[in-house]
Design a protein around this ligand. Sequence first.
Ligand SMILES: CC(=O)SCCNC(=O)CCNC(=O)[C@H](O)C(C)(C)COP(=O)(O)OP(=O)(O)OC[C@H]1O[C@@H](n2cnc3c(N)ncnc32)[C@H](O)[C@@H]1OP(=O)(O)O
Length: 209
Amino acid sequence: MTKQLAIVGASGHGKVVADIAELLGFTVKFYDDAYPSKTHIEHWPIHGTCADLIVLNTSDSSFGYDVVVAIGNNEIRLQKIKLLQQNNFNLITLIHPSAVISQYAAIAQGTVVFAGVVINAFAKVGAGCIINTGAVVEHDCIIDDFAHICPNVALAGGVIVGSKSWVGIGSQVKQLVSIGNNCLIGAGSTVLKNIPDNVIAFGSPAVAK
Ligand SMILES: CC(=O)SCCNC(=O)CCNC(=O)[C@H](O)C(C)(C)COP(=O)(O)OP(=O)(O)OC[C@H]1O[C@@H](n2cnc3c(N)ncnc32)[C@H](O)[C@@H]1OP(=O)(O)O
């Protein structure tokens, strides 16, 4: 039977998620709250809002679509994932075939892992995260739920990234450093010291804004 996947979020990020899903053999359908003012993303039609998807899944027992949320904003992604879980959707984890994931790493539900990512032994990645193109998550790292590790980020061994934190493109984080919850690390930063919760920091070395 064909694998079927509803993608919530018709954005640039959603296009990459759809590409991975198709590579893995899924038929995809997009849903986005901008519907009906937005009806397509590239060649893919948008079939309705997230609420429409929930109604469809509730009213039609043969609908049978798994779901993934492809929204870059960490807080909105969290809210949509919680809503879909409350409505009994099967939230899947998508991993690009070129990603290298240690047999000893753990990745929780609803996370997407893009092309060229490496996740090494005993790293733990929480639920609803984005591990973006080419990121390296070294051994023993802990990435909490709904974080976004942007393209080409390098997290050295034992780094902790808190819930809903965003580590900007091309950043690097020294071993054993902790980044708190709800942080934003600017593009191209070098994080050498712990960052407390709710802080925007950038630069090399990264300092709080
Ligand atoms: C697939 C994808 O596309 S994933 C998306 C990847 N994108 C990212 O990672 C972007 C991350 N965001 C950033 O780096 C942003 O610049 C932020 C959030 C750190 C700061 O944004 P803002 O608050 O809007 O800051 P703003 O752009 O006004 O810049 C303020 C000052 O900080 C400097 N600055 C901003 N970001 C950085 C940075 N990453 N590193 C060094 N300096 C920076 C600016 O040059 C500016 O300096 P100036 O006052 O001397 O001119």
